[in-house]
Write a protein that binds this ligand. Structure first.
Ligand code: AMP
Length: 214
């Protein structure tokens, strides 16, 4: 099954997608994670995409499409995958329809004030990528990852002015995609109105939706 996790930055896509990928034993494919890994490796691709991520702008379609065509062709995606942060534009959506049509789109609906609080208090492990939140998913030891002991940091695009830019980009370029998927009848909405709702509550909700759609 191919599932797209759709929603604004800070809606929890990455957190839920990673847990559901473990539960369903299919890969979690996040374009944001792919780009951040390339930036950390200082690869040629990483050098090109860094400026876009730092400013909260979308990476150009030709780059994203090439990266994703390659990723979706890999063996581990043959039984499905969870797509997080892709597609984000009409051109990407068209490419996905040609290569690997999605079966289900989970549309995360989270109010703007929650998103801004959530993103500005989010911390990520430099080593393993585990996500924490200083308000409700706190690490046991300040600044240190519970899982691997790595250092926690604030992503450069999780500073308030970049967050606002990313939200504007989402409203303009990505949100319209949901109408296309709605017409196909494959969208399921998941509403999260409270900041403190534990991730596991939402994960269970999503797993029930997936179960019913199988
Ligand atoms: P994310 O972790 O999904 O919020 O992505 C972080 C950043 O990576 C975004 O703000 C964009 O700069 C870039 N990015 C991730 N996915 C895409 C995509 N599908 N298309 C264009 N840019 C992307």
């Amino acid at each position: 099954m191919r599932i797209v996790f759709f929603g604004p930055p800070g809606s929890g896509k990455g957190t839920y997608a990673s847990r559901i990928s473990k539960a369903l034993k299919i890969p979690h494919v996040s374009t944001g994670d792919i780009f951040r890994e390339e930036i950390a490796k200082k690869s040629a691709l990483g050098k090109v995409v860094k400026a876009y991520l730092d400013k909260g702008k979308l990476v150009p379609d030709n780059i994203v499409i090439e990266v994703m065509k390659k990723r979706l062709r890999k063996h581990d995606c043959k039984n499905g995958c969870i797509l997080d942060g892709f597609p984000r534009t009409i051109a990407q959506l068209k490419m996905l329809d040609e290569v690997a049509k999605p079966d289900l789109v989970i549309n995360l609906n989270v109010p703007r004030n929650i998103i801004i609080t959530r993103l500005s208090t989010r911390r990520t492990c430099k080593n393993c990528g585990e996500i924490y939140n200083l308000l409700f998913i706190k690490p046991k030891k300040e600044g240190i990852c519970d899982k691997c002991g790595g250092k926690l940091y604030q992503r450069s695009d999780e500073k308030p002015n970049v967050i606002k830019k990313r939200l504007r980009v989402y409203e303009k370029q990505s949100k319209p995609l949901i109408n296309y998927y709605r017409k196909k009848g494959i969208v399921k909405d998941v509403v999260c109105k409270k900041l403190e709702t534990p991730p596991d509550t939402i994960v269970k909700k999503i797993l029930r939706i997936i179960d019913k759609s199988l």
